[in-house]
Design a protein around this ligand. Structure first.
Ligand SMILES: Cc1cc2nc3c(=O)[nH]c(=O)nc-3n(C[C@H](O)[C@H](O)[C@H](O)COP(=O)(O)OP(=O)(O)OC[C@H]3O[C@@H](n4cnc5c(N)ncnc54)[C@H](O)[C@@H]3O)c2cc1C
Length: 311
């Protein structure tokens, strides 16, 4: 079978592209190297999203579930655990090869976001040894942290949001290496009014414990402070890993992201891109922009494949 459209990546951009494609009756395949949901599920499932229109606040996991359910109900074929490795030219189609299978498709939308992203590490003593034993990079579900002493590291919106979530159910301390946060003013104000304890201008020296995390040692100037902890959450950003993108024959910008026209076209005919993986002047990496670009990319793919008289 030849798909009308294959979408690489099942984050908000890829799922939205799938939803639009099915409303246009395009046979649609969505492939994700990991799990459906992209950054929402892998990086901040517990966080509340306050800026997605239509929801005053929605937990990231729930927004991801809703997008997934909508794409599935519209009968997109969705495959998890399939990493796209190559996009080769076929006979009036493209051949997509993944780590497990091969597909033919008339058009492609690249929506791989930050790629196979990984949370950044702090490089502190004990960090590697205690990972998964009380040291995490993503806040576990609230039910699992009740009664635990949580110490979080980071100073951006995401770290503060996670600390606010944790503080609704347990004792939470947020440690930041600077004397001011680099987050939205409203988020900082909410933090100031919350029960989260803060340690500013402090760096992590070590995460301590034998079989599991027992405490952290931080340093402020010459002062060394031990804080008892059952759970340490490090939230200082992520490293993108765009994998094979530079071997797909797609023109990239200086920052290594996909160069697109206003209609989300790439340099390869029939291949479009959207979401965090694209770059243009003024690009703002948000869910709403990823979804908006996905609608445009899908419309362009539709015109390319179906060639409607009005296009
Ligand atoms: C901590 C944090 C908090 C945030 N909070 C907000 C917020 O409150 N509001 C907001 O609007 N935005 C927020 N964002 C930004 C938002 O998450 C991103 O802009 C959005 O996820 C981009 O969606 P995407 O679909 O382009 O990419 P992603 O969400 O990165 O999804 C890409 C998908 O592609 C898959 N993939 C990668 N490579 C391949 C491959 N070779 N083959 C197959 N699949 C592949 C990945 O597994 C992933 O599932 C936040 C970001 C972070 C890091």
């Amino acid at each position: 079978m030849c798909y009308d459209l294959t979408i690489i990546g099942a984050g908000p951009a890829g799922l939205t592209a799938g939803i639009y494609a099915r409303t246009r009756d395009m046979k649609t395949l969505i492939l994700d190297a990991s799990k459906v949901g992209g950054q929402l599920l892998s990086l901040y499932p517990e966080k509340g999203i306050h800026n997605y229109p239509g929801f005053e606040t929605i937990q990231a996991r729930k927004l991801s579930d809703k997008l997934y359910a909508q794409a599935e109900s519209l009968e997109c074929d969705i495959h998890e655990g399939e990493k796209v490795e190559t996009i080769e030219n076929g006979d009036e189609c493209y051949i997509i090869k993944t780590n497990v299978a091969e597909y033919t498709t008339k058009s492609v939308i690249i929506a791989i976001g930050m790629g196979m992203f990984k949370p950044k590490k702090m490089g502190a003593i004990g960090e590697d040894e205690l990972e998964g034993k009380g040291l995490e990079y993503v806040l576990p579900p609230k039910a699992e942290i009740v009664g635990k002493k949580v110490v979080m590291f980071g100073g951006g919106n995401s770290a503060i949001d996670m600390a606010l979530v944790a503080a609704t159910v347990t004792d939470t301390t947020l440690v930041h290496r600077k004397d001011v946060f680099r987050a939205d003013e409203t988020t900082v104000k909410t933090l100031e009014k919350s029960r989260v304890k803060t340690e500013m201008s402090a760096t992590l020296v070590s995460v301590n414990g034998t079989d599991c995390v027992e405490s952290v040692t931080i340093k402020r100037g010459e002062e060394t402070i031990d804080i008892p902890a059952d759970l340490v959450v490090i939230n200082i950003g992520i490293s993108a890993n765009l994998g094979d993108l530079d071997t797909w024959g797609i023109e990239l910008t200086k920052s290594g992201l996909v160069k697109v026209d206003f209609d989300m076209k790439t340099n390869r005919p029939g291949i479009f891109a959207c979401g965090d993986v694209v770059d243009y002047e003024g690009k703002y990496k948000q869910i709403i922009t990823a979804c908006g670009e996905a609608a445009t990319a899908c419309n362009s793919a539709y015109k390319f494949v179906k060639k409607p008289y009005w296009a």
